[in-house]
Design a binder for this molecule. Structure first.
Ligand SMILES: C[S@@+](CC[C@H](N)C(=O)[O-])C[C@H]1O[C@@H](n2cnc3c(N)ncnc32)[C@H](O)[C@@H]1O
Length: 222
């Protein structure tokens, strides 16, 4: 998918949104976040390590079981500042770090997380396939990539409206036209991953929860 977006431009948009983000987007995505946290926790298991990429203001962090170990990364310093204050205020000792990081270029070692969680972020990234490659790289074999994402209409009037809105929404830091085919085409060229669930999320089914399993390595033929 070609993109007019730049990572620096997206970061600037979210820097501006940071003071009001929780107020504006807190309630809209609440149900979807709850659903994806449940799924991510189950996949990680007790003591599991989860990378929350696009952690933003850390709005999800208090809702994970204290059994999980969490690393939060995001490109917006101002969003992260809110997240750091939240972690301190709530004493979230299961949060290992909150750091600047680009989904397309993660600093983490291969296979370092049981789960990579990306809530409402992949459609805000200039090169979604590059980000998905990174998620797969840092996920342990047998682990999962859990994604809550914008789900564009496949056809009809809504699709037309979403396309028309793109020049505006990309300037604000996200895409309205974001087809599911983007994920299937990525999985098709990636033998290490398999889509194991796709489920509509509130509000209005304009969003979806996707789970990809990172496949365990096959034993080398002798
Ligand atoms: C719509 S917000 C979602 C925040 C949070 N996950 C939530 O559930 O509300 C998108 C977040 O993704 C971050 N983001 C956008 N592009 C990114 C990238 N390339 N790498 C890491 N984070 C990114 C933004 O800065 C913003 O905090």
């Amino acid at each position: 998918m070609s993109s007019d977006m730049s990572t620096a431009g997206v970061a600037k948009s979210y820097d501006r949104l940071a003071p009001v983000y929780d107020f504006v987007f807190g309630p809209v995505f609440r149900a979807g976040r709850a659903e994806s946290i449940k799924v991510a926790e189950a996949a990680a298991g007790p003591g599991g390590r989860i990378l929350e990429i696009g952690v933003g203001t850390g709005i999800s962090l208090p809702f994970y079981s204290k059994d999980t170990r969490l690393v939060g990364a995001d490109i917006s310093e101002d969003m992260l500042e809110v997240a750091r204050k939240r972690v301190t205020k709530l004493g979230l000792t299961n949060v290992e770090s909150i750091e600047v990081g680009d989904a397309e270029n993660l600093r983490f070692e291969d296979e370092s997380f049981d789960v990579v969680m990306a809530q409402y972020v992949v459609s805000a990234v200039p090169n979604p396939h590059k980000a998905l490659d990174e998620f797969a790289r840092v996920t342990k074999p047998g682990g999962e990539i859990v994604i809550a994402t914008r789900q564009g209409a496949e056809k009809g009037l809504r699709k037309g409206i979403e396309k028309t809105l793109m020049p505006i929404t990309t300037k604000l830091g996200w895409r309205t036209d974001f087809p599911f085919a983007l994920f299937t085409s990525w999985a098709a060229k990636n033998p290490d991953v398999r889509l194991i669930e796709r489920k509509p999320l509130k509000p209005l089914g304009h969003f979806a929860l996707l789970r990809f399993e990172k496949l365990a390595k096959q034993a080398e033929a002798a």
